[in-house]
Design a protein. Structure first.
Length: 169
């Protein structure tokens, strides 16, 4: 499986963080609309991500903790998302659906996501993609540095995923 170190936080100043991310970014920002359908699975999380550009089935395991955390994930391209959604819904049931507008910036091997999540609000997410030999500590250091630069308040960190927040409300 692939690995990254990630954080997710509420964004109390999305315009300012967008400007900082744009200044830091190695590439022009990309915007997309995404729909993530989460399925009931015995461990980890399984979601079908659909956007106009592509669709993927993504399985991931990650501890629910507020600070920088390791995530192991496996994405698989999907060419017929509607049929796969029906199959997985029949087999496992749907846990919920997350709809979001995402602005993606790239800083080195870190993806910065600025998300507007329907019914939840504004968020910022960092995903520091690790190479196979790269230690988690190196990714945590990159995340901590970017948190400072992007003015992410540690009090705004959240420990779960968007689906967890949606199902808690």
């Amino acid at each position: 499986m692939l690995r990254n170190i990630e954080i997710k936080a509420r964004s109390r100043k999305p315009a300012r963080q967008r400007d900082i991310a744009a200044r830091l970014s190695d590439l022009p920002a990309r915007s997309t609309e995404q729909t993530d359908t989460y399925f009931n699975v015995p461990r980890g999380r399984l979601k079908l991500r659909e956007s106009a550009e592509s669709s993927q089935l993504i399985y991931y395991e990650r501890r629910d903790q507020a600070g920088p955390k390791r995530s192991e994930y496996l994405p698989v391209p999907v060419h017929d998302p509607a049929s796969l959604r029906r199959l997985l819904a029949a087999a496992f049931g749907i846990r919920g659906v997350v709809r979001k507008s995402r602005r993606l910036f790239q800083v080195g091997h870190t993806r910065i996501h600025l998300d507007e999540v329907l019914d939840l609000g504004s968020f910022i997410e960092l995903e520091v993609v690790l190479s196979p030999e790269e230690p988690d500590e190196q990714g945590r250091a990159v995340a901590a540095d970017l948190m400072k630069q992007l003015e992410i308040d540690p009090q705004d960190l959240i420990d779960g995923s968007y689906i967890d927040l949606l199902t808690q409300t």
